[in-house]
Design a protein around this ligand. Structure first.
Ligand code: GLC
Length: 650
């Protein structure tokens, strides 16, 4: 629960003085010399370039918005042109941070600059190529351009259902303003829970993503732009848990807009942003996923609005680099996956997901893919881009190879030999076959498979986690066959994963002794409740994205139809309980914003499947080649694209 001003500890008081202030002054705060307060009158906090509003207007003479075009064309100006991946430079991140040690500075006024000539030229060329039908586009063929445009026109004309209208009303009601401008949405607007000690009145980074997409797909970009810029400023904030400060690039889990007396007097008030980096959160866990979501949203914002000027700003580029620096810095790890504590993502309580949980790995992979597209490529960033490519290729190999399970793989594990001490061990992580849970033996379908929840030495967590599997599909961390396999499994296990309310956060739940030991007897995470096998409707939009990408929108449609019947009647709960998702969750908030926004985003994506392409990433064979080539040095296999494919693609 967030603390009130009067009860703040000394260090918190100091922080309050330094909070992001909404004042008339543009002078740097003397107590925080590196930081320039964002003033209400600052164009950085406010101005929305007028060209953004044009994007989805049918019949616009500027027919193809640059953002949409880039999305379809696959503009990766900074990614595919980098040097081929070759042996990693272990000092890359250090070199990089030396260049990056400045705090973000908001560069005012850059936004108002119209699309630069170079980009206009790119856009014109693509339009010409596309119209001639020459160019094959990222995430779709040329024809998709028209499809997208037509789709958007259709959506605008289509009468919204009563449920959608209600959802939009509720989403609008959840909007939080700062200095008179929209900046995010509260986690929940549940009046019945108002007196409970919780932080659902805050704007959560992860929760805001579906709201942002709903607004963007509707053509409203200002709130997203403000959110991206303000959270960026919070990123470099002073943060401390007792006497220790986490890395500078950490993004908060959430923030709150507070009204406080101006300079101690009760006559004037100002608004301040009060972030929570985990120092107030239950369990004091750092939200590792926040920065990853921020990057994913930043790329989506550019692609949907065409406002690339935002991502090119110096402070925004610095923000991306600070996040990546945290993720890519050297440590003791033997794996390319990110090592995190329990509860560092959507599941923000103890659930036995410390180590290398799939959710974080899939979001990490997605954020790296997005970063590669949006980092300005120059001498200062080329080492970073190389580090990203190296990591992407190692990470995709690692996850595809070691996290994937299907009937064949489970049978292999069942016959594993253990204690293999050698370079060419089959059972590299020394998994004891006895670990295969009894439920899995029956549950695994003949067709299909999934990525397991976690991999550690001598430990495979065989639980199915939805978010990680969906993002593995969306980002192309999964091979096309694996992606299909995941959807096959969901179809086959519909009653377990979708049931009476989509979608299970994980399957199955922890029970009895496992629950006691792994959750620490958490009364909120009892079997088939909350994070422990509860059903979370917000996962709908991510499932929808994955289904559309794989050409199986009918699966998502089925799931949305199930949700649509219940959500308005049940007052848009945060989560559902029981094995089939039959009850509204024991402690579930009502009017949970990401439930509402997730539903709307899923609906909009289904109406405009082509729009989903701008949010996904395609398979990149060059990345596979990178890993296959370094592996082939040992195996003396000729390094080629074919070798890459045959080695890595399942
Ligand atoms: C709960 C969820 C977390 C979410 C937050 C706000 O703590 O576990 O994922 O961000 O509520 O909705």
């Amino acid at each position: 629960m967030a603390m009130g001003l009067s009860t703040a500890k000394p260090y918190r008081r100091r922080l309050f003085l330094l909070l992001l202030r909404c004042t008339r002054t543009a002078e740097p705060s003397p107590k925080c010399p590196h930081h320039r307060p964002l003033s209400c009158s600052s164009p950085a906090a406010a101005a929305e370039p007028t060209h953004l509003r044009r994007i989805f207007r049918p019949g616009d003479p500027n027919r193809f918005a640059p953002g949409i075009l880039d999305a379809f064309w696959g503009v990766r100006r900074f990614s595919t042109s980098v040097d081929p991946i070759s042996g990693g430079d272990k000092n890359l991140e250090r070199i990089f941070i030396q260049n990056m040690s400045v705090k973000p500075i908001v560069v005012d006024g850059v936004d108002a600059v119209p699309i630069e000539d170079e980009r206009k030229e790119v856009v014109n060329t693509v339009v010409a190529d596309a119209e001639e039908g020459k160019e094959e586009l990222c995430g779709g063929k040329v024809g998709d351009l028209d499809q997208l445009e037509v789709g958007l026109e259709v959506r605008q004309e289509k009468e919204q259902s009563e449920v959608e209208k209600e959802a939009w009303r509720l989403l609008d009601r959840a909007v939080v303003s700062y200095c008179g401008r929209p900046i995010g949405t509260v986690a929940a607007n549940d009046v019945t829970a108002a007196n409970q000690a919780v932080n659902y009145d805050q704007v959560f980074i992860r929760d805001f993503v579906p709201s942002a997409l709903a607004f963007l797909l509707k053509g409203e970009s200002e709130i997203v732009r403000n959110f991206l810029l303000h959270t960026l400023q919070l990123q470099s904030w002073e943060k401390t848990v007792d006497c220790y400060s986490p890395g500078q690039g950490l993004m908060p889990a959430s923030f709150k807009v507070r009204t406080v007396p101006l300079d101690g007097s009760n006559e004037a008030f100002e608004e301040v942003l009060d972030p929570d980096f985990g120092e107030s959160a239950i369990g004091r866990v750092a939200p590792v996923d926040s920065g990853l979501w921020w990057i994913i949203l930043l790329r989506a914002y550019g692609k949907i609005t065409g406002d690339y000027a935002l991502q090119e700003r110096v402070d925004v580029q610095t923000g991306i680099r600070l996040i990546l620096n945290l993720c890519l810095s050297d440590g003791f790890d033997m794996f390319p996956s990110l090592l995190v504590t329990d509860g560092s993502c959507m599941i923000d309580r103890r659930m036995g997901i410390h180590g290398h949980p799939l959710e974080i790995q899939a979001l990490f992979y997605s954020a790296l893919r997005c970063s590669r597209e949006i980092i300005t490529f120059n001498d200062g960033s080329k080492n970073l881009v190389r580090a990203i490519n190296n990591r992407l290729s190692a990470l995709s190999f690692h996850i595809r190879e070691y996290y994937w399970v299907d009937m064949k793989k489970v049978n292999e594990i069942y016959r594993y030999k253990t204690e293999e001490y050698s370079h060419d061990a089959i059972n590299k992580f020394n998994i004891y076959p006895e670990q295969i849970p009894s439920w899995l033996v029956e549950w695994m379908p003949d067709k299909g498979g999934y990525f397991i929840g976690n991999l550690q030495p001598a430990h495979m967590d065989f639980r199915f986690f939805s978010l990680g599997n969906f993002w593995a599909i969306v980002s192309s961390l999964a091979t096309p066959r694996q992606a299909d396999g995941i959807l096959n499994l969901i179809e086959d296990k519909w009653d377990d994963i979708v049931g009476r309310m989509p979608l299970k956060i994980c399957y199955p739940s922890l029970e009895y002794e496992e629950w006691r030991i792994i959750t620490g007897s958490d009364p909120k995470n009892t079997p088939w409740s909350y994070h422990n096998g509860g059903s979370w409707p917000t996962l709908l939009w991510q499932f929808t994205l994955a289904c559309i990408k794989m050409g199986r929108p009918e699966l998502a449609q089925r799931a949305v139809a199930v949700a649509e019947k219940r959500l308005p009647i049940d007052k848009w709960p945060e989560y559902y309980d029981t094995r089939s998702g039959r009850f509204i969750g024991k402690q579930s908030r009502l009017y949970q914003t990401w439930t509402i926004a997730g539903f709307l985003t899923a609906k909009m994506l289904l109406e405009n499947p082509a729009a989903a392409a701008v949010l996904t990433c395609d398979e990149d064979l060059e990345l596979l080649q990178g890993c296959a080539c370094s592996l082939s040095k040992n195996a003396r296999i000729k390094c080629s694209r074919l070798a890459a494919k045959s080695q890595v693609v399942v």
